[in-house]
Design a protein around this ligand. Structure first.
Ligand code: TMP
Length: 258
């Protein structure tokens, strides 16, 4: 069988050459990693769920004028996206203290922040994605001050919108990570939202119980990882048909390794 050309393989996705120039096929794997690849596992059905969840969120964001790389979903595990030049900066937006912020400052998880905090990390697995400031980004030429201005404004708009969207389905958007890319159209360059938005790169807590509904279930071995992703999709009203329900055979939860 003729295989498509693989352009890039990351920890959770594979990018293939797309059907037309300037497009790529983004394939969502069930693989999960945490702590910069030190913990590895498989979350059965995750790729299908993240494909759907990310499609839904990117479409809703496009409706409010956020430019994204998303074109359309192709099948259960693949979506067509515009080929962009990924800016090697991971943008983390935080609304509630959790994760590395709690650790860094010795704070309890769960405290609402007085205002949303934006952090930048250099996207470089070999270095464990070190935290950086705007100074590093502009000095090393990863993005211009104008690019950064666009990235910051887009990130805050995305946060405002997603906070409301998730709260509407009973979920607190604690924090999340975004990636942006440069898209050229004729001579014009635009910064667009790329990668994915899913429970892999968001913290989502149940609004009533604070139960974790995201990849922290995998990172912290809390069990029922796939079930939590499924519940997020169900609340968003997009649970894919034909996805095997966690049945009696799965009573011990998803197959996570290590
Ligand atoms: P952190 O608290 O570990 O810094 O994570 C903040 C948010 O960013 C959280 O929602 C998970 C997400 N994230 C990623 O998507 N990829 C990463 O490599 C890391 C470290 C965090």
């Amino acid at each position: 069988m003729a295989r498509r050309r693989r352009i890039y393989e990351g920890k959770a996705k594979v990018m293939y050459e797309g059907p037309e120039p300037g497009t790529l096929v983004q394939y969502f794997k069930d693989d999960a990693t945490a702590f910069n690849n030190q913990k590895k596992g498989t979350i059965t059905g995750k790729g299908v769920l993240n494909n759907r969840i990310s499609e839904y969120l990117m479409l809703r964001l496009a409706e409010i004028g956020i430019p994204t790389h998303f074109v359309r979903r192709l099948n259960m595990r693949e979506q067509l996206v515009r080929q962009v030049e990924i800016i090697p900066v991971e943008v983390v937006v935080r609304n509630i203290v959790a994760g590395s912020l709690a650790k860094r400052f010795g704070m309890e998880e769960g405290q609402a922040l007085p205002r949303s905090i934006i952090e930048y990390y250099y996207k470089k697995d070999e270095l464990g994605d070190p935290m950086i400031s705007e100074e590093h980004i502009t000095a090393f030429g990863w993005a211009t001050p104008q690019d950064l201005d666009d990235i910051l404004n887009l990130s805050l708009r995305i946060n405002d919108f997603l906070l409301g969207l998730f709260l509407g389905v009973g979920l607190k958007l604690v924090d999340f990570k975004l990636e942006f890319g440069r898209l050229w159209e004729n001579e014009e360059m635009r910064i667009v939202l790329a990668d994915e938005i899913s429970p892999d790169n968001c913290r989502l807590w149940d609004a009533k119980t604070n139960e974790k509904m995201d990849k922290d279930r995998f990172r912290r071995d809390l069990g029922n990882v796939a079930e939590a992703y499924q519940e997020v999709a169900r609340r968003l009203g997009i649970l894919p048909e034909g996805l095997p329900e966690a049945g009696p055979g799965d009573a011990t939860g998803p197959k996570t390794m290590q």
